[in-house]
Design a protein around this ligand. Structure first.
Ligand SMILES: [Zn+2]
Length: 107
């Protein structure tokens, strides 16, 4: 997993686009036992912090699937660098693509 982020602004990128490594699609696959359950409208127990963060009193499996897919869409839409090699080639100075400062970092 690669977490690109800027120390100067809120730019971040969670994954690269690689079949072998961590990628947005794989994150869904890892949770498929929870998400691809037959009972789509069953209420799923989540901790109170999670519910508060998402502004909900309860959540169904259908809600979780939709949220997860929206996260995947956002990650794909916001992906600036498809691979770590592309990051090194296009941005050897590690300048943030949003604010332009040399504050880009990879964890
Ligand atoms: Zn920045």
């Amino acid at each position: 997993m690669a977490y690109l982020h800027c120390h100067n602004c809120d730019f971040n990128q969670d994954d690269y686009w690689s079949e072998d490594g961590w990628n947005p699609v794989k994150s869904f696959e890892n949770d498929k036992d929870t998400l691809l359950n037959e009972d789509l409208d069953e209420t799923v127990r989540m901790d109170s912090n999670w519910l508060r963060e998402h502004g909900r009193e309860s959540v169904t499996r259908r809600d979780l699937v939709v949220l997860h897919l929206r996260q995947i869409i956002a990650r794909v839409e916001g992906m600036v660098y498809r691979t770590h090699d592309e990051l090194r080639e296009r941005n050897p100075d590690m300048r943030c693509p949003r604010c332009g400062e040399r504050e880009l970092d990879v964890d």
